[in-house]
Design a protein around this ligand. Structure first.
Ligand code: FMN
Length: 373
């Protein structure tokens, strides 16, 4: 069983991640993880805090001479910023008030230190290992920004390639449509001027997953359940769409479902199901859309009250991001890679990469029988 835990506060000494169940023999370099960590933060609309943290991973255990050894992998990310103060006014849109009530705290920071999205840096590090594992089986991930504050690209991606990846990485909004990048930036600048924030939509495509990952036999084995649940755990993600799920809710079945054809190979002309039917991957590209709410800390704050003095006050403002949609794409890639790796190992499980590859190859030769006459 593949599992992980994270620990650490936003302004504590460090974030820690422990992974158990990763196969032995997988090559991992610190640079692989650092590259994804830098993609998470180097985007337009993030605060200086994001840029100031070094975000350099330290591998403390489980990887020797650049290869996993099957034992628990311990990762560490040190925090540069370590200030910690008292605060008794909760911010709307954060866990501040509900968390303080739950744990009977009078200092909001005892909640926000852990509820903060800083934790997602460690989840990106952990997910990068899952991604590296899946890349051994040619499973690839690509996220890009579809919409920011109502400014939306009309491009519809069915697939991706290296050219698109380079285009995405060049844009500091991770948007591949040059026609809307400027408008998105203007909108973010408008929010900045008003002391406001924005949300949007990020899309993730996952290519190369064979049919048969996840299962319909029980609810908690369904791939859509696992992906949507995990992606909803990313702070700010308020909805997850799979394929054309939203459009499907207003369509005739005959217009929506992806008909099946055979021509020496199994063929689908459309992929409105987003690569998942009945909780199982069907071999098509997995398409996920993450709907992100606006960042809750506002320079022009909303009304709140002091939980100690009971005075009506404005919510506090700390240095804060204005829009995190592009970062959420990178976090979403890592989070979905983890879920897929977990279900992948459930199906092809083994202690070593070689063992898993052997199981995978046997399964693939069985799949070919569906196409051979
Ligand atoms: C990468 C990332 C960075 C974020 N940065 C901030 C921030 O600077 N200020 C803020 O108020 N919220 C920020 N958020 C959003 C909050 O963490 C999130 O809205 C809050 O924890 C409440 O959780 P919920 O939105 O899931 O209800 C960020 C989220 C992510 C994913």
């Amino acid at each position: 069983m593949l599992r992980f835990l994270t620990a650490g506060e936003s302004h504590g000494k460090a974030l820690i991640g422990i992974i158990e169940g990763m196969v032995a023999g997988l090559e991992i370099k610190e640079e692989d993880i650092n590259k994804e960590l830098s993609l998470r933060k180097k985007v337009f609309g993030r605060s200086e805090r994001a840029f100031e943290e070094a975000d350099k991973i330290e591998i403390l255990s489980g990887i020797i001479n650049g290869k996993t050894i099957g034992s628990p992998i311990c990762l560490k990310l040190s925090n540069k910023e370590k200030k910690f103060e008292n605060e008794s006014v909760p911010r709307p849109g954060h866990a501040d008030l509900a968390g303080a009530m739950k744990y009977n705290f009078r200092n909001i920071h005892l909640v926000s230190e852990r509820a903060s999205a800083r934790e997602t840096a460690m989840r990106v590090a952990i997910g990068t290992i899952a991604k590296k594992f899946l890349s051994e089986f040619n499973v690839e991930f690509f996220s890009h920004t579809l919409m920011i504050g109502g400014i939306r690209t009309s491009l519809k991606l069915k697939d991706f390639n290296n050219e698109l990846r380079q285009k995405r990485d060049k844009s500091d909004l991770y948007c591949i449509d040059e026609k809307v990048i400027c408008k998105m930036k203007e909108k973010i600048n408008e929010a900045r001027k008003k002391g406001d924030t924005l949300g949007g939509i990020s899309e993730i495509l996952i290519r190369g997953l064979p049919p048969g990952i996840g299962s319909y036999v029980h609810y908690d084995k369904r791939l859509d359940y696992c992906l949507a649940g995990a992606l909803m755990s990313i702070p700010s993600v308020k909805a997850v769409e799979i394929g054309e799920g939203i459009l499907g809710s207003e369509s005739f079945g005959s217009d929506f479902h992806d008909s099946i054809s055979y021509n020496g190979k199994i063929l689908r002309k459309t992929n409105k199901s987003g690569g998942i039917e009945g909780g199982v991957s069907n071999g098509e590209t997995i398409i996920l859309r993450l709907y992100v709410k606006p960042v809750p800390t506002l320079k022009n704050p909303l009304p709140s009250f002091d939980i100690v003095t009971k005075e009506l006050k404005k919510a506090p403002y700390y240095r804060s991001d204005i829009c995190v949609v592009p970062s959420i794409g990178i976090i979403g890639e890592a989070v979905s890679a983890w879920e897929i790796a977990r279900l992948f190992l459930e199906k092809f499980g083994g202690d070593t990469l070689t063992e898993v590859k052997r199981n995978f190859n046997i399964y693939n030769s069985n799949l070919r029988l569906f196409e051979l006459k």
